[in-house]
Design a protein around this ligand. Sequence first.
Ligand code: AVI
Length: 313
Amino acid sequence: MSSMDGARVEEILSGLLAQNPSISPKYFYDGLGSRLFEIITLLDEYYPTRTEGAIMSQYSAEIAKAIGKCDVLLDLGAGNCQKGGALFESLMPVEYRALDISKEFLEEAIAGLQEKFPQILMTAQEFDLQNSLSFPELATRKKTFFYPGSSIGNFDPESASNLFRNLAEVCDGMGGLLIGVDLIKPLDVLDKAYNDSLGITAAFNKNILLNINRILASNFRLECWDHYAIFNEELGCIQMYLRAIEDQMVTWPGGRRLFKSGELIHTENSYKYTQEHFESLLISAGFKSTQSWTDSRQHFLITYASFDEGAVN
Ligand code: AVI
């Protein structure tokens, strides 16, 4: 086992053996999980991806104007690079750097984009956003970070602030961050988005156990677990859990845990913000100004945080 695999196993075991067991949401995204997430984005009930895309297209000229000359575009959590690639026409970056947990997936995506935009220098970099960011080789370059899809919602507000501080530091007074975030909205809209009628979100949630079985050689049985998603009003986030349907012993080489009927494994927090709260986190982190765009129902927000004093709040 490589030291990277060892670290993953340790991280998973410490979550599973905790008093309130949890699995990090990053383990959703194996091959099947990534496909299930793509299907979620096609569901009528799951508004974020569609709404973000519509805001991006409607305001692409204004967004490009706010960003100005784009030297290096760094796509955090790039995935299939579709969203990053959609910015090329309007931003025309000199260089595009796609970052994600799996480099394999990125290289394929970049190969397709490179054919369409041969003038842009493109590279893929394996990166886990749980670690701190540093790009010494880009020290003198203007950097525009791109973090769409409300992936920031998986961080609690304090960790989101730490990430923003890290990004503001790396930008070093130039460039900025273009970021998409989900907004607080009526409960029934949120509830349907995470409890869809086809059960795709339930499958996405349960699939994490198949991925864990592969990594740990454990024996979670999917038929013994239910999907449970609820909006925690106090924290302002959707919380996803897997709930044990019956008492069961789960084992893996060298260990085991008894899960009692009704016991929960926490798998994801998806924080929702008000525009004011979100912008204030960015400004407190060191950015000088923010400019934001939203849809007519105010379901989703795109914000550009920069070091220009002049941007409109
Ligand atoms: C990736 N992330 C922003 C999605 C979300 O809405 O929090 C993941 C997801 N979980 C359930 N449905 C979608």
